[in-house]
Design a protein around this ligand. Sequence first.
Ligand SMILES: [Zn+2]
Length: 452
Amino acid sequence: MDMEEAGPADAALAAARSAFARLVSVVDGGGLDHLDDAGLLGFWQQLEELRNQLPVVEHRLIRDAQARDLASVYCTGRLSRLMTSMLRISGGEAARRVRAADQLGDRTSMLGEPVPPVRPALAAAQRAGEVNPEQVDIICRGLARVDRVGYDPATIAAGEASLTGHARAFGPADLQTCVNRFVDTLEPDGSRPEEELQADRRMVELRQLRDGSWRGELRLTGAAGAKLQAVLGPLAKPRISTGVTAAGRPVEELDPRTYPQRMHDALEDACDRLLRSGSLPDSGGTPATVIVTLKVNDLINRTGCGTTSDGTRLSTAAVLRLAEQAEVIPAVLNDAGAVLALGRAKRIATKEQTLALYARDGGCSFPGCGQRPEWCERHHIIAWADDGPTDLTNLTLVCRYHHHQFWSRGWTCRINDDGLPEWTPPRHVDRHQRPLINQRILTAHGGYGTAA
Ligand SMILES: [Zn+2]
């Protein structure tokens, strides 16, 4: 180290420390005793001013550390991380000090000329010891919310001066109120900075977890959020399943799903509709074909997971549900990985069969459900994995909600002797488990009552 260059700063710091040591020794030796009450408080306030001035030196240190890129030299990535280990302070405290240095520290232009601080009034108050670091942070954070494109810089500067004045009189809580009031009353100059800011921050992140599920985070612009809400809102409404037993007793089951669960299902529903609409660029108007591979033992035991060609894992139960959609071709592997069976076109309902299903069921066939046919899935009453045929005697339309819910809630379905889908409720719904037919289907086929 070049001792000559380090000399003046080291000597000044040593002098400050010895002056401070003298202060400690005077106070320890009863130096406060002669002060009256007002004098004691006045002394205390002066000490606080000294404390408030210390960041002036530290801001210069932070500036120099940034200029020397010490974060890279010491491989910590960020200066605040270097500070946490070197000064043994929290990450939050380190970040606050760096933030204050950025706003209050003297700057240097590209040409090496001195440039005043970003917040000159606040910096001057700090140099005079009139504001403390907590107050500085409150004002800097507040001004950052409005110091953007679309706001008049002169108004921001006036606000800084006025808030610095408040900081000389108010503690952090009241100062925060002043800052909030200033920010709230500040009107943008009309160039729509809020939209610009939202656009800068827009993001959707999704990642798959080890168990095959997904987690994500999103931050939407006002416009995108409103559209998503408009799409999901109607789809996420609670479903109430109603029917009438043979005895004429109305049966009603409330939607057991929570609101977040309903929003999830609505999102999936929206994706399905979009995929089926054929309007996505990749599918080019024809449904994408997904090949899912799964092990034969998992298929037999309904355990484990299948894998799509892009590596997405799906539970075997989910594969079986998907297999009833035209878009998925399941490939069954033996333990050695050889393909035992590939779902073939004959397992998939043809266009004619689908139209016949539309004509017969006219929508979800679950009793009481009015979901339209184009929003429904084809349900194999006997699953294809159990050799259920793909023809009208083994197919019915059900909406996604009932497709996923009916089995776990104890309902079963069959095609009756009239060729209509009829549903048998669980015992807790009807003790006699009398089968029900969707009233819409009965009416369309000339039936009036309920199934025998
Ligand atoms: Zn339904």
